[in-house]
Design a protein around this ligand. Structure first.
Ligand code: GLY
Length: 383
């Protein structure tokens, strides 16, 4: 029997992975969810349409750099089938003038054990992105009898899914941070909505970022769907645009996490890590002061690395400070030129989705303490 799908965390030895593609990528038109994603001072405000071909070719070249490194390290690489992303889409509930891309599979696919689940993304332009991965899912389904091919409940994404008048270009950074600290985000709680890149998998524990792309209803849904795992809600008040956990809180190996120093995990949310001797260290400063042109993400993609095994990590080639820190933390660092792929949806972690890592579901947090992050604490008594 062929076992193709198996992954419980972000650090066990990687054997098979999906790497995205930039083909046909689009800057999507503004919609309720994306108006919040684009920083107010971004050059991308009000701009939409197919991305320039030269940038697509260069982005794909960067992804090929990553594919080569992975294959040189014995990792099998699978690729999605891009759609014509500039097509308009519609459902009974909404219309949108285009889709987006299939560069960051991490936002769409969540691998937990032998299951790969397509997410319940809150952006209308990403509603059909899962289709790019369906040929691969079918292949895994045909070849691996234990593979569970799943789609999370599809959100309707009607106007009721979003707060209106939430975006206001006059809002200051300070006000935005207060809003983030108060967990006041653009999505409502009318239905579960989540991006897979907001979920940090650690064996028996799932840590999920509550932010612009994942709501509290999603956490409740996760805890019901996975009653055998402890689901934790974490948030990072220092981030004015909290989207995806993987440029904020990144595990390198059991017991070690790097945390974005301007987005520290609040003290009270650290209890479960402290009780189990996990070290949370500030990530190194990014090497750049600005993201590349036409990029939604922040300079903190510097810490968006791909761990190949607990001693080996791929870091973006220009991120010299992050490489230096990883080296001091005892990791073997493999640099990869990927910066020109950032505009398509993120860094090394974003541009991949796990298919197979060696290992099993472990309990990395056996010492139970009072833990305010637990979504349903009554299911997990202390002591
Ligand atoms: N959300 C990823 C970043 O830009 O920091």
């Amino acid at each position: 029997m062929t076992k193709i799908v198996n992954s419980w965390n972000d650090w066990d030895p990687l054997k098979r992975v999906i790497v995205g593609r930039c083909d046909n990528s689009v800057i999507p038109p503004e919609e309720p969810a994306t108006s919040e994603k684009v920083p107010v001072d971004s050059e991308m405000r009000g701009m939409w349409g197919l991305r320039p071909l030269a940038t697509v070719e260069r982005g794909n070249e960067c992804l090929e750099n990553l594919v080569k490194i992975l294959e040189d390290h014995g990792v099998i690489v699978d690729r999605p089938t891009p759609l014509q992303w500039n097509q308009a889409i519609g459902t009974p509930d909404f219309r949108n003038d285009s889709m987006m891309t299939c560069m960051p599979p991490r936002d769409i696919l969540l691998t937990i054990g032998s299951e790969i689940m397509a997410a319940a993304n809150s952006f209308r332009c990403r509603y059909f992105e899962y289709l790019a991965y369906w040929p691969l899912m079918k292949e895994y389904f045909d070849e691996d009898p234990s593979f569970k091919w799943t789609q999370a409940p599809r959100p309707r994404l009607t106007d009721k899914s979003y707060k209106h008048n939430y975006y206001d270009e006059k809002i200051s950074l300070e006000e935005r941070l207060i809003r983030t600290a108060n967990k006041d985000f653009v999505t409502t709680e009318i239905e579960p909505m989540w991006d897979a890149a907001d979920v940090m998998r650690m064996g028996k524990d799932l840590f999920i970022q509550h932010g612009l792309t994942t709501n509290r209803a999603a956490m409740d849904w996760f805890q019901r769907y996975y009653p055998e795992y402890r689901v934790h809600a974490v948030n990072f008040p220092g981030d004015p645009y909290p989207i995806h956990i993987d440029a904020t809180f990144v595990p390198l190996r059991p017991g070690l996490i790097i945390n974005n120093p301007v987005r520290p995990l609040p003290e009270e949310q650290r209890a479960i890590f402290d009780a189990n001797d996990w070290q949370i260290v500030d990530a190194a400063q990014p090497a750049h002061t600005e993201p590349p042109a036409l990029c939604y993400s922040s300079v903190w993609l510097s810490m968006n690395c791909l761990v190949l095994d607990p001693k080996t990590v791929i870091v973006e080639a220009s991120e010299v400070y992050q490489q230096e820190q990883m080296d001091k933390l005892g990791m073997n660092v493999i640099p990869c030129d990927l910066r020109d792929a950032y505009p398509f949806g993120g860094g090394l972690h974003c541009s991949t989705a796990d298919v197979y890592r060696e290992g099993t579901c472990e309990d990395y947090f056996p010492n139970r303490v009072k833990d305010p992050t637990l979504v349903r604490p009554e299911m997990w008594p202390e002591g």
